[in-house]
Design a protein around this ligand. Structure first.
Ligand SMILES: [Zn+2]
Length: 71
């Protein structure tokens, strides 16, 4: 079953909402609110743009967080 995690970063400004799938090597980025992007192998999806970070994945050990924030 897929996991679907929502990380709320309203206290921080998100510059880039992106993550890397360690299964296929794709780096995927959600550029706006309803931009739901899935990597080529289907293991990882990102969503939320600069509003929130949503991650859907099949294996929690097979992806890496790469988001950037404003300090
Ligand atoms: Zn993948």
């Amino acid at each position: 079953m897929n996991r679907d995690d929502l990380y709320d970063f309203r206290s921080r400004t998100i510059l880039h909402n992106k993550a890397k799938c360690l299964k296929c090597g794709d780096v995927i980025e959600s550029k706006h609110h309803h931009d739901f992007v899935t990597c080529s192998c289907g293991n990882l999806s990102v969503d939320g743009g600069t509003c929130y970070l949503r991650r859907a994945f099949t294996d929690p050990d097979l992806w890496e967080e790469l988001s950037e924030y404003e300090d």
